[in-house]
Structures are given as structure tokens and as C-alpha cells.
Design a protein around this ligand. Structure first.
Ligand SMILES: Cc1ncc(COP(=O)(O)O)c(C=O)c1O
Length: 409
């Protein structure tokens, strides 16, 4: 294509096509693995390069770098429709879940309700650790299809329930969780409702001002399209004054100056907002990356991203069903998400499956350059705003071929 024709094509392309054009990874493969990790947009790489240039040339001081932390925090807050002060810049989900676990005003005999079989270990261990402080961990079983049992979780709550926690969508099989019902039930008990949002943040629409969510922990290493080890913890203003951070360093306390090395005095006060959960220096490369990636997501809009992604997920669901494998997560309705999983749940684990169809199918998809993972023995794929119909059709075709080969063998 001539340069002029290329410029014309870019100008007339839809915002989603223009967004897609910034990802080198989608030119080399059918990238269906956002549940595992982000891919870098060119603008994000430029932002990280700018940070590295500053380091190489010693051309910015820490305060100048931290402008990007503030900006990333502000954009995440805007994307989630909350005030900037409700968001702390953290490292990852574990940072958020542990921060809440240690900050709670627990009394011995209180309990936390969760569905450990549906959660990532990083939202289970923080609660098991609290057992040493006399806290009961109430484990609810998931439904037979692997989804979180909302009725079961509500039934497990009582007057001593102080925390209820769940993933916004499970990492496998990938059902979307009914956060509304779970949050409303938690609030009736005055329990804090903590959401591990890493699988959906940046992909499915969240409005943390409207949803009954008290805390939301995520990293930016998946749908927020940033880097590993930079993340956010949202805490609602209704809870902030009841939470005392376990770790304390300069960002968490009210200071008179911007000077990083000046002690503010022995009589300190916590920051009045979620900054009380910030600890020491930040992952600045992550902040530069996320500042750029969330700008791109804001340009598309979170409702439009969800619509785009769920429509592709419906088509993928239908196509896979047609070729003979029905995905575990429904292709429509409230439990639908951007995650598509195939095969028997727990027939295997992380990276392997004993389901006779899944291993050969996974090998065939790898040969066909369809990026995916195996989790809990299921072949797992996930969609984001950069995916398009061609990706979906290429995936369906590769699965059709892979199944035919697996059945012949
Ligand atoms: C639901 C969920 N929670 C947490 C994590 C990872 O936690 P962290 O950000 O602490 O590494 C993952 C990673 O795959 C996940 O899928």
C-alpha cells in the first residue's frame, strides 16, 4: 500500500482498528491470551523508553518522575469513575489483598467468606494467614460449572462476617461474578466487599461509584495493558477511616513538604485517603506505561470496549460450539465474560491437561500461532479491544483443524 493510501486507511479506520494497529504482537500471531498477560501498544513502549532515557541521561528527578504516578492514578480513577484520592498506586493484586487483610479492624472470631476453589491463590493466602490472628476463613464451594455460588456465599455470611471477597471474573473457567448481589449482601452485614479485579479491569465495564464494591485490587499486567508489578487499590471513602495500614512509610503519612527524606515528626497522621496504602518508591516504569495505556483505553471508553469484546466472545462461543467444543462460560447473559475456556475443569492444572482433546488441541493452536494458555486443565483464551473478527475466525478455524487431527490420532 502507498504511504498516501495507508494514511487514508488509518484516517477512515474505526477507533478499534486504529487501536489494534498499535500492537506489533497482533501482526505476528492471533493473540488470545490477555488472561495471562498484556501486550504492549507502541505508545506504551514509547512512554517506557522515555523513562529509560531519563534514567540513562539523569534528566529527571524523582518528583518529576512521580508526576506520572499521579497521572496514572488519576486516569485509572477516571476509567473506574471514582475520585482520584480513593486510589492507591500499588504493585499487584497481592499487594491490594494483603493491604486490606492486615488493615481490617478484626476482632477474634470474625470471619471472611470466599470461594477458594475459584480464586487465584493470591486472594486466598492473605486470608489463610489471618487465621493466626483468630479469624475464621469460611470456604464456600463453587457451582458444578466452576462459577462462584453467590447464594452459597450469601448463606455463609453472618453477623461476624467482616470481609467478603471474590474475583470479578475467575481466571478459569472465567465466569463473570454477580458483584451487585454479593456487594449488596456484604453491605447489609457491614462487611467489606473486596474484589480481585485483575481479570476484568480494562476489559469489562466497571463503575466503582455505582457498584457496591468497597475495595478493588488489580495489577496493570493484564487488561490495563501496563507492566508487571504496577497496580492499583481502590478503597471506598466509607471504609478508609476504619482501615489502618500494616506498612507505614513516607507516602502513607501526611507531610508538610514534598521532600522524600525529611521526617515529619513522631506524631504522624495517615493520609486521609487511599494513599495510606502506598509504600516507599514506586515502579516508575510501570507508572509511565500505565499512564500511556489507560489514556488509550479512555479514548475507546470502557462501555464501548465491553460491547466490542462481548460481541466477539459471543461469535467465538457460537463458532466453537458449531465445530464441536462448547465453551464453559456462556456466550451471552450475566455470566458471560471475555474469557473462553474449553475442556474439563481441573482435568490437569497450570500448563497441562489430562483431557484427551485439550493437549493435542493446544499443540495445534500453538503451531497455528493462536496464543492461549492452559489453566486448571482447561484451554483458556481471552479477548480484548485489539482483537477483531479475523482473530475470532482464525481461532475457530484452528480449533476445527486441531479437533479433526486430535480425533484422527
Ligand atoms: C484472578 C487473579 N488474581 C491475581 C493474579 C495475580 O496476582 P498478582 O497480581 O498479585 O501477581 C492473577 C494472575 O493470573 C489472577 O488471574
Amino acid at each position: 500500500m502507498s504511504l498516501q493510501a495507508e494514511t487514508r486507511a488509518t484516517k477512515t479506520a474505526s477507533p478499534f482498528e486504529r487501536f489494534r494497529a498499535g500492537f506489533p504482537a497482533v501482526r505476528a500471531q492471533t493473540y488470545m491470551s490477555i488472561c495471562d498477560k498484556m501486550i504492549l501498544h507502541d505508545d506504551v513502549r514509547v512512554a517506557i523508553d522515555a523513562f529509560l532515557d531519563h534514567l540513562a541521561l539523569a534528566s529527571a528527578n524523582r518528583t518529576q518522575h512521580e508526576v506520572r504516578v499521579g497521572s496514572a492514578r488519576e486516569k485509572f480513577a477516571q476509567f473506574m469513575n471514582v475520585a482520584t484520592g480513593t486510589v492507591a498506586a500499588t504493585r499487584n493484586v497481592s499487594d491490594g489483598t494483603n493491604s486490606i487483610a492486615w488493615a481490617m479492624p478484626w476482632k477474634e472470631g470474625d470471619n471472611v467468606v470466599l470461594t477458594s476453589d475459584s480464586e487465584h491463590p493470591n486472594n486466598v493466602y492473605p486470608w489463610l494467614r489471618q487465621r493466626e490472628r483468630g479469624i475464621e476463613v469460611r470456604v464456600v464451594q463453587p457451582l458444578a460449572n466452576g462459577a462462584i455460588d453467590i447464594d452459597g456465599m450469601i448463606a455463609a455470611m453472618d453477623a461476624r462476617t467482616r470481609v467478603v471477597t471474590a474475583a470479578s471474573a475467575t481466571f478459569a473457567p472465567g465466569h463473570r461474578t454477580d458483584l451487585q448481589r454479593l456487594g449488596e449482601a456484604s453491605r447489609k452485614r457491614d462487611a467489606l466487599f473486596l474484589v480481585d479485579g485483575v481479570q476484568t479491569a480494562g476489559i469489562l465495564h466497571h463503575d466503582l461509584s455505582a457498584e457496591p464494591i468497597d475495595a478493588f485490587a488489580t495489577s496493570t499486567s493484564k487488561g490495563l495493558l501496563g507492566l508487571y508489578a504496577f497496580g492499583f487499590l481502590y478503597v471506598s471513602p466509607q471504609w478508609i477511616d476504619r482501615l489502618s495500614p500494616a506498612y507505614l512509610s513516607r507516602p502513607a503519612v501526611v507531610q508538610q513538604t514534598d521532600d522524600h527524606s525529611t521526617m515529619g515528626g513522631f506524631d504522624y497522621a495517615y493520609q486521609p485517603d487511599s494513599r495510606r496504602f502506598e509504600v516507599g518508591s514506586f515502579n516508575l516504569a510501570g507508572a509511565y506505561a500505565t499512564d500511556a495505556s489507560i489514556s488509550l483505553l479512555l479514548d475507546l471508553g470502557s462501555k464501548a470496549i465491553e460491547k466490542h469484546v462481548l460481541s466477539l466472545a459471543s461469535r467465538l462461543h457460537a463458532g466453537l460450539t458449531e465445530v464441536g467444543v462448547e465453551p464453559a462460560v456462556p456466550g451471552s447473559g450475566p455470566q458471560q465474560s471475555h474469557i473462553i475456556t474449553l475442556g474439563q475443569l481441573d482435568a490437569g492444572g497450570h500448563g497441562f491437561s489430562s483431557d484427551p482433546v485439550i493437549e493435542p488441541l493446544s499443540k495445534h493452536l500453538t503451531q497455528s500461532k493462536v496464543a492461549h494458555t492452559i489453566r486448571r486443565g482447561q484451554l483458556r483464551m481471552g479477548l480484548h479491544a485489539y482483537n477483531n473478527e479475523a482473530d475470532v475466525e482464525a481461532t475457530i478455524a484452528a480449533v476445527r483443524e486441531g479437533l479433526a487431527r486430535a480425533r484422527k490420532a
